[in-house]
Write a protein that binds this ligand. Structure first.
Ligand code: PLP
Length: 361
């Protein structure tokens, strides 16, 4: 990757973009000033506890980035925050891929948003399936499909919905070889024994790592996605994003949460313990053909009979899991999120009951 030239990958309309400069970008520092620059309501909100919300939020989320930077040991200049990871996926498409001209490559079965976002942008999505045996990358096939219009390659590790880590060596080798942008989605990395590649960002100028506060941090409702990449890539993302993409409420709440590391680690440990418990218990149930190894906070389980029937049975028992049986290489598979101990026990109990019924039939 010696000849990597970021600007040559960026769409021309983006290269020539003069970004919108918000009032708050220019005059952030002087907190005591009288702010008459952004057409906000100086009288305040109609509820006194909402009064600080009469101002626009920090467009670059500096305080929150500092907290994330301390936790993850990456420089704030290498961090971008999106309104959920989905905003980050959308931005990567907007910056790098030309509709009707370029294509991206994905590795199904994987997270659905990569393809949906491609369709929204009018960019072709080439699918190279993971290997059937262990859901790993099919390296030989990738090379056959890559050409100069291959702009983005999406790898998800640990992968959703299969739960396994993609071999780190494969990710590194592909990233070195690929001449476009590699997006490595690490939404579930905190549940894995595998280390994040975020420490190696200096080695890979074409790598964008996606993480999120939605899973291990338990903050899905705040909508905070994290991108970690070279400062040059982050600057392009900042230019293209909507000026105030993360609300003030979300920024404030996330800062508070990040100050509470002890409980974060406690929950993380418990989720991993519960995952092992659920794995062991499910494997003992006769109608469960296979529970795949998981490095995430969910399990993929293959059912001997129709997974749809079990799905509907569980629905009636007020348990909602995800039927993934229509997805390639996941026939008769349910994806089950790890719950609390009580939730998991109830789930196991219900599946056992269903299993007994089925076997009698
Ligand atoms: C849940 C998930 C995300 C997180 O999405 P947010 O928009 O940040 O909530 C990202 N990638 C994958 C693969 C996921 O499963």
């Amino acid at each position: 990757m010696n000849k990597f030239n970021l600007n040559s990958l960026i769409r021309e309309n983006i290269l020539n973009l003069v970004p919108y400069i918000s009032a708050r970008t220019e005059h952030q520092k002087e907190k005591k000033s009288i702010f008459l620059d952004a057409n906000e309501n100086s009288f305040g909100a109609p509820l006194s506890f909402l009064n600080s919300y009469n101002r626009y939020p920090d467009p670059l989320q500096k305080e929150l980035k500092k907290k994330i930077s301390d936790f993850k040991n990456v420089s704030p200049s290498q961090i971008f925050l999106g309104n959920g990871s989905d905003e980050i996926i959308d931005l990567v498409y907007r910056i790098f891929s030309r509709p009707e001209v370029d294509h991206v490559i994905i590795f199904p079965p994987t997270y659905g948003m990569y393809e949906v976002s491609g369709k929204i942008h009018g960019v072709d999505v080439i699918k190279i399936f993971l290997t059937k045996e262990n859901y790993q990358l099919n390296l030989d096939k990738i090379e056959k499909f890559v050409n100069p219009n291959s702009k983005i390659l999406f790898i998800c590790s640990p992968n959703n919905p299969t739960g396994n880590d993609i071999k780190r060596e494969d990710i590194e080798n592909i990233t070195k070889k690929f001449t476009g942008i590699v997006v490595l989605d690490e939404a579930y990395i905190d549940f894995s024994k595998q280390k994040s590649l975020s420490m190696e960002i200096e080695k890979f100028p074409n790598l964008i790592i996606i993480q999120t506060l939605s899973k291990s941090w338990g903050l899905a409702g705040l909508r905070i996605g994290i991108a970690i990449a070279s400062e040059a890539i982050i600057q392009w993302m900042n230019k293209v994003k909507h000026p105030y993409n993360i609300s003030m409420v979300s920024q404030k709440m996330a800062i508070k949460a990040l100050e509470n590391r002890d409980l974060f680690f406690f929950h993380l440990k418990n989720i991993i313990l519960e995952r092992e418990y659920l794995q062991k218990s499910l494997k003992k149930i006769p109608i469960i053909q296979k529970v795949y190894p998981s490095s995430a906070n969910f399990l993929l389980a293959k059912i001997n009979f129709s997974s749809k029937n079990l799905y509907q049975y569980l629905m009636k028992k007020k348990i909602v899991v995800r039927d993934r049986s229509k997805i390639i290489l996941c026939d008769n598979c349910l994806r089950i999120t790890v719950g609390t101990h009580e939730e998991n026990e109830y789930l196991i109990d219900q599946i056992q009951k269903y299993s007994i019924q089925k076997i009698k039939m």
